[in-house]
Design a protein around this ligand. Structure first.
Ligand code: GRG
Ligand code: ZN
Length: 317
């Protein structure tokens, strides 16, 4: 049982993981193509804990730039193929370090805009898979780069709304089942483009707050699924964006996240007594940030970056 966030242990866990990655551990070989996402999860956690200064900015930023492809998109690691999933993480990492100025914004934004389809949806890369995750990524990334005018925002929004279900939730494509991860993407994209009036807030808020498990206090991603720390982000950020966060029991969720920590070696897992990973460490800390846990910086629920970073980008330059 844990009664507090062991921030110093999480810092150690993340720094050790980053040092290991450099030495090509087994896990890093297997997860090689995801390295850009892993870097975003780890670095954003450090930033929320006010510890971004513990890593070498030059090293990280120059590695990120080695992952850029001639198309303008970023890959998960040096020499891999570009995808919007990694392009958003790369842009977010540069934003954390206040280094967006080194980007060829024209090139990156043209890559993203080039992935919009006739019906307003977005493909993830040249191979064409379409998903509302990619709509969110395109909109979030172009908003950070102040280039939303490069896409047809109305069509992008209409496509997202066409993925809305009778339960108020959203799926990955029209008619696909509601899932909390896709709901975050759709609500986030609607929030960024000023279209939250197209969400049925009470209906969706009800579906989202029903994700809380009475026993453990944790949230799941769909009915009948196990509670999982990462849904503290996908569900809670959506509830905040639609002003319904008071519909869940916050204290119980805080306890569920704290109980999922490895109190000895740091890191946070899916649920109490599971194995920790960097993905759940990030979403646990980000969830605590949304729950206003003391000592954790405030994260923006739509952009998934610390509020001080978003303010710097969108409101001061
Ligand atoms: C910047 C935060 C951020 C995200 C970028 C990639 C992306 C945009 C969003 C992903 C949204 C999504 C679909 C999240 C769900 C991830 C997940 C835990 C999938 C597993 O789902 P299930 O239902 O498994 O197969 P469970 O474990 O819930 O039973
Ligand atoms: Zn999870």
């Amino acid at each position: 049982m844990a009664d507090k966030l062991v921030a110093d242990k999480h810092l150690r866990y993340i720094l050790n993981l980053m040092a290991e990655k450099k030495k090509e551990s087994f896990e890093s070989v297997v997860m090689d193509h995801l390295r850009m996402n892993g870097a975003y999860w780890g670095l954003t956690t450090l930033s929320l804990l006010d510890k971004l200064g513990s890593v070498s900015e030059d090293e990280v930023v120059s590695w990120v730039m080695t992952c850029q492809h001639e198309s303008g998109g970023f890959a998960g690691n040096t020499g891999h193929d570009p995808h919007v999933l990694y392009t958003l993480s790369a842009v977010q990492i540069l934003a954390l370090f206040d280094k967006l100025n080194i980007l060829d914004v024209e090139k990156v934004s043209n890559y993203i805009a080039g992935l919009q389809n006739e019906d307003g949806s977005f493909s993830g890369d040249i191979w064409g898979e379409v998903d509302t995750r990619f709509s969110y990524i395109a909109i979030c990334c172009l908003s950070i780069l102040k280039c939303l005018d490069k896409i047809n925002v109305k069509k992008a929004v209409d496509y997202i709304v066409s993925c809305k279900n009778l339960d108020g939730g959203f799926g990955c494509s029209p008619g696909a089942e509601s899932h909390a991860g896709q709901i975050f993407c759709c609500v986030g994209a609607l929030a960024i483009t000023g279209n939250l009036h197209r969400v049925d807030k009470d209906l969706l808020g009800w579906w989202l707050c029903e994700r809380q498990d009475y026993e453990s206090g944790g949230l799941n991603g769909r009915p009948e699924k196990l509670p999982d720390v990462c849904y503290s982000w996908w569900v809670l950020s959506s509830l905040i964006m639609i002003d319904r966060v008071h519909w869940i029991e916050k204290a119980k969720l805080v306890k569920f996240i704290l109980d999922s920590q490895d109190m000895d070696n740091g890191g946070i897992s899916d649920r109490p007594s599971y194995t920790v990973d960097i993905f759940h460490t990030y979403f646990g800390v980000a969830g605590l940030s949304l729950l206003e846990y003391p000592g954790v910086k405030t994260i923006d629920p739509a952009y998934a970056l610390p509020v001080h970073v978003i303010n710097r980008i969108l409101f001061t330059k």
